[in-house]
Design a protein around this ligand. Structure first.
Ligand SMILES: C[S@@+](CC[C@H](N)C(=O)[O-])C[C@H]1O[C@@H](n2cnc3c(N)ncnc32)[C@H](O)[C@@H]1O
Length: 285
């Protein structure tokens, strides 16, 4: 659910508008600026391409098509306070609102939230329900401690921040004791493979252990950044934030799903995981 439109080997690729893909260190500030700008400019085409698969008020955890209606990873949401980070157009939040949750949707990109505002108007007209949209960075949430029962995201924010330990700490801070944090993200093992939906995407080309970020840049300035954490890194960051990992879901590719989404495809999906969903609970202090 990143842009990953069949980039060549990121160690050295170049596209027609002179954007160069590379691996180099990128700090939080440069990462946030690049990704906010990138998602602002890509918002309309992203939902033009993927909006019908995601649905306007449905909750899809990743390109495999696992739906919250079937997986129930959030648990009971009725009457609960929910926060979505990296919400994009907030489809998942509208799903939660339909299921009687009080939910706030947040994202760093005003362009992505603008897509959500358009969809919100039709949703409110049809249901009478509202989903507030708030623009903020998931590593610096403008909410009081212990404000929410559940924090969640489907592929939002987590792979796009330099300091994912800070993101985990923020999620834990705004959660009530015993609350749940559930997030899906690119499966860490994909980092070692070319982002190609075909056979080249099945041959290791990069070290799984190399945490150097993937960067697209123009004139030396980052225009898009992804950061990698190994599975062990993720567990350590969650634990340090005071969260307990209660499940790690690796959705299998269903035979009826024929779509190709960037590097996610039926071919690769039949052989290797593409998505990891971390289900965590905030420690009861
Ligand atoms: C792949 S999209 C997923 C959006 C939505 N969950 C969906 O399934 O359509 C990733 C989202 O993460 C957001 N994002 C990137 N960096 C972020 C950050 N630091 N804080 C909050 N959101 C961020 C992007 O703006 C984008 O909307």
């Amino acid at each position: 659910m990143n842009h990953t439109d069949n980039e060549d080997d990121p160690n050295n690729s170049q596209d027609s508008d002179q954007s160069v893909a590379a691996r180099r260190e990128v700090d939080s500030r440069e990462t946030a600026r690049a990704n906010r700008t990138w998602w602002d400019s890509e918002a309309a085409s992203y939902y033009g391409e993927h909006g019908s698969f995601l649905g306007d008020d449905d909750f899809v955890w990743g390109p495999e098509g696992l739906r919250e209606a079937d997986a129930a990873l959030l648990g009971e949401v009725r009457g609960k306070d929910l926060l979505e980070i990296g919400a994009g157009a907030a489809q998942c939040s509208r799903y939660a609102a339909r299921h009687h949750a009080r939910v706030v949707a947040t994202d760093i990109s005003g362009g992505m939230l603008a897509q959500g505002a358009d969809l919100n108007r039709a949703f409110t007209a049809a249901t009478g329900l509202t989903v507030p949209l708030v623009q903020c960075d998931a590593t610096s949430l403008p909410f009081a401690d212990s404000s929410f029962d559940t924090v969640f995201t489907a592929y939002g924010a987590v792979p796009f921040v330099a300091d994912s330990a800070a993101l985990m700490a923020q999620a834990a801070r705004v959660l009530r004791p015993g609350g749940r944090f559930v997030f899906s993200t690119t499966h860490p093992m994909r980092w070692a493979l070319p982002d190609d939906p075909g056979y080249p995407g099945l041959t290791v080309s990069n070290s799984y252990f190399d945490r150097t970020p993937y960067v697209e840049q123009e004139s030396g300035a980052a225009t898009y950044v992804e950061h990698h954490r190994t599975l062990g890194d993720r567990v350590r960051e969650l634990t340090a934030a005071g969260l307990c990992l209660v499940d790690l879901v690796e959705p299998e590719w269903p035979p009826q799903n024929h779509q190709v989404w960037g590097g996610w495809s039926p071919l690769r999906g039949a052989l290797i995981p593409g998505t990891a969903i971390f289900v965590c609970e905030n420690r009861v202090s």
